[in-house]
Write a protein of this length. Structure first.
Length: 218
């Protein structure tokens, strides 16, 4: 097997051309990575991923069409491909949306080339890659959500939501519409509405507004 054959194949998607070039040079410097395709927006990233079936898709979260939307589709269509976000955003909403979309890593731009290569190598080995400054936020979110879920489940079997219903509920809490949730979770709008109705029935509420108020009060 040649060095090129053994290289980790990466699709890089970022709407800033100089950034893509910088990432390419950083990854290919050591010979362990091959950038097999580049894209400037989410549709292009998905198309390149489906065509190339790389080991990793490295996505900018704020590129046209949404890096998170691309992550959802790539993770759904190519489960063997690892998705990693490379971004300047430290917003909780972006971080958790990316992780829910199936991202195996969330890295911040500005790190050294060697750090990026090592992070991506860990992802290929099945590990997660997360910027050190964001680890505490993930732990806090997990603790808060676990506490909310325990309180809801304590009310009785009718309040025990499925993992998919919790996903839908969380997106509702962040203000997403049925169509937006449909795209994020790769579900039909009808299926999303079915999940919402099931959540409302289990939590004994009559409207989405009441659902949001009840959930926030828990």
């Amino acid at each position: 097997m040649t060095e090129r054959d053994a290289a980790i194949r990466v699709v890089v998607a970022d709407d800033h051309v100089p950034t893509r070039e910088e990432i390419r040079l950083a990854l290919e410097e050591g010979g362990s990575f091959e950038v097999c395709a580049e894209a400037s927006d989410a549709p292009g990233a998905v198309e390149a991923a489906v065509r190339e079936q790389p080991d990793i898709c490295l996505l900018d979260i704020n590129m046209p069409g949404s890096g998170v939307a691309a992550a959802w589709e790539i993770a759904a269509r190519l489960p063997q491909t690892k998705v990693v976000m490379l971004t300047v955003s430290t917003e909780d909403r972006d971080l958790f949306a990316a992780l829910k979309a199936g991202a195996a890593g969330y890295l911040l731009k500005g790190g050294g080339p060697a750090d990026v290569r090592e992070d991506l190598a860990r992802v290929v080995r099945g590990e997660a890659a997360l910027a050190p400054t964001l680890v505490g936020r993930v732990i806090t979110e997990f603790r808060d959500r676990s506490a909310r879920r325990r309180r809801t489940q304590a009310e009785g079997p009718e309040a025990q939501l499925t993992s998919r219903e919790w996903q839908v509920l969380d997106l509702l809490r962040h203000g997403l519409t049925t169509s937006e949730i449909s795209r994020r979770l790769v579900l039909s709008p009808v299926t999303v509405r079915t999940h919402v109705n099931s959540i409302m029935k289990k939590l004994r509420v009559e409207s989405r507004d009441e659902l949001m108020r009840q959930f926030e009060e828990r």
